[in-house]
Design a binder for this molecule. Sequence first.
Ligand code: ADP
Ligand code: ZN
Length: 212
Amino acid sequence: MNIILLGAPGAGKGTQATKISDKYGMPHISTGDIFRENIKNQTEIGMLAKSYIDKGQLVPDEVTCKIVEERLSRDDCREKGYLLDGFPRTLAQAEALDKITKIDAVVNIDIDFSLLMNRLCGRRVCRDCGESYHVSMLQGATTCARCGGELYTRKDDNPETVQSRLAVYTEQTAPLIDYYTKKGLILNFTGTDDPPAVLFGEITAELDKLAR
Ligand code: ADP
Ligand code: ZN
């Protein structure tokens, strides 16, 4: 199965993506994670990406599309399909993707923006496994309950940068809902403050039908 996860920053794409790829066995490809890995390793792509990410802007399409194209050409994607988390984010990216592959479904997580600021600014992420937590649930813990890794606050999870990420989402990414609806590929879900397992149950009920 080739799946795209669509949704505003903080909608829960990353959390759902981990669970979906665990269940169906396809690789989870997060462009945000790929950029952060490159930033950590101080690669050329990392340096470039950082200048955009820190401002809450999108990394240019050309760079992003090239990375994704390379990743999708690897054996694991050809064998098991893939789950794209955070790509495409612009119409140009969606069109580029259409040229190189065929998508089976687009999981769209629709969420009330009023929930997102608190979620993102209170988010703590594990440096080692990428699991995310909300600070209000941690009771002072500074390590990951899943793997023991160190928890940190992403540099772009601050009120100012979150504002611009949400504006970018509305302007550049939200039009993709229409794009994929017209192609008959959209599966719509509503994000809430319920535990992630609830949404996961709803999503897998639909994906199970495709997997059969
Ligand atoms: P979130 O969904 O919480 O905003 P991501 O980890 O998906 O977080 O992305 C973090 C940042 O990485 C984005 O704000 C953007 O700057 C950059 N980025 C990720 N994916 C893309 C993409 N497909 N196109 C352009 N920039 C991207
Ligand atoms: Zn961890």
